[in-house]
Design a binder for this molecule. Structure first.
Ligand code: SAM
Length: 321
């Protein structure tokens, strides 16, 4: 197991925010479901084992069970001292909660099964994450699906001890290289550590690790997700199917979905926070909301992004239990 210091020790994200209340993340979950609906035409997704990190809210578990029919589910949780709380909040008894750090738990899973794995970290790219990717690539069965989400704020590399110090781009680059040695791509410059470019660097790093591992197994991967999104922090999600040829995936119609990316084209979820009345108003203005909208003073790129993803945009109301 990696040195504890490489795993984020600050307050976990579930202690800061109710995961349901993050519109961009919720849109991302729905895009994943839509993609898996396509893949279901050729791959028996409902029989796959879902391995994720449900945290306290299990939002992904509710959704993947309800909308994809998956019942074989494992949730890994590193905060072992609070494990009773995580157990209490499991929405279904068939979810198996395994306490421990992913790097220790992943090798103990039954890798004979078809898997849908989502390692949804709430911290920056690190060597412990590299270890997890390598474990997945060592064991995963062809036809399985792998998604990984990491914090994509380059300022997290401003200081080695995560004390919030932002650092210069040059210093961030040095820290990134030190942390990810030898998996960072060649010919990096401080510009790769800008907020805009950092998701691309994360993709290249993740792809490096995957390709290096899979070469030993003569197994290929087909990238399907290359997404950056923001609720509070900028986050990056990479996803792929482990297959040598893309024919079967093409037959599912997956690549016709405009949020699927097979290459380095980044898909952005960058939504405005809007009220229920604004949502109703915006929806009536489709198509071309931004051109017709007057006096709202919401950035045009956000309005356009809303128009792209309005079908997935969540609305929240208080429910009195
Ligand atoms: C971002 S949340 C997961 C959210 C969930 N996937 C969803 O869609 O709502 C991450 C959870 O996994 C836990 N976690 C983070 N890194 C982990 C690791 N390496 N091993 C085990 N648990 C981890 C955190 O404590 C937190 O509860």
């Amino acid at each position: 197991m990696r040195n504890e210091s490489t795993i984020e020790k600050s307050r976990s994200s579930y202690e800061k925010i109710n995961y349901l209340l993050r519109p961009a993340k919720q849109v991302e979950r729905k895009l994943i479901i839509e993609a898996l609906h396509c893949l279901r035409r050729k791959f028996p997704i409902e029989n796959y084992q879902y391995v994720g990190m449900g945290s306290l809210f299990y939002v992904d578990y509710y959704m993947f069970h309800k909308y994809l029919g998956i019942k074989d589910m494992i949730s890994i949780e590193k905060d072992e001292e609070k494990i009773d709380r995580f157990k209490f909040n499991k929405p279904y008894s068939f979810i198996k909660l395994i306490p421990g750090v992913s790097t220790d738990v992943l090798p103990t899973l039954d890798w004979q099964k078809g898997m849908f794995i989502w390692l949804d970290y709430d911290y920056k790219m690190s060597m412990s994450i590299v270890d997890d990717i390598q474990i997945v690539c060592n064991y995963i069965k062809p036809g399985s699906l792998f998604i990984i989400t990491v914090d994509a704020e380059p300022k997290r590399f401003g200081a080695s001890d995560n004390d919030g110090f932002e650092g210069s781009p040059k210093q961030r680059l040095e820290n990134f290289k030190k942390e990810l040695h030898p998996y960072f791509p060649p010919e990096l410059s401080p510009r790769d550590l800008s907020e805009k470019n950092f998701p691309r660097l994360l993709r290249r790093t993740i792809v490096n690790v995957i390709e290096e591992r899979l070469r030993r197994r003569k197994l290929g991967y087909i990238q399907i997700f290359n997404v950056k999104y923001r609720d509070t922090s900028q986050m990056y999600t990479f996803g792929c199917v482990f297959e040598n040829i893309s024919g079967e995936i093409e037959d599912t119609g997956l690549f016709k979905l405009d949020f699927i990316s097979k290459n380095n084209t980044l898909v952005e979820i960058n939504l405005p926070i809007i009220t229920p009345l604004e949502k109703i108003h915006f929806d009536k203005l489709i198509p071309g909301i931004a051109k017709k909208l007057k006096a709202f003073n919401i950035a045009e790129d956000k309005v356009n992004n809303y128009e792209k993803y309005y079908r997935y945009y969540p609305q929240y109301y208080e429910s009195l239990l």
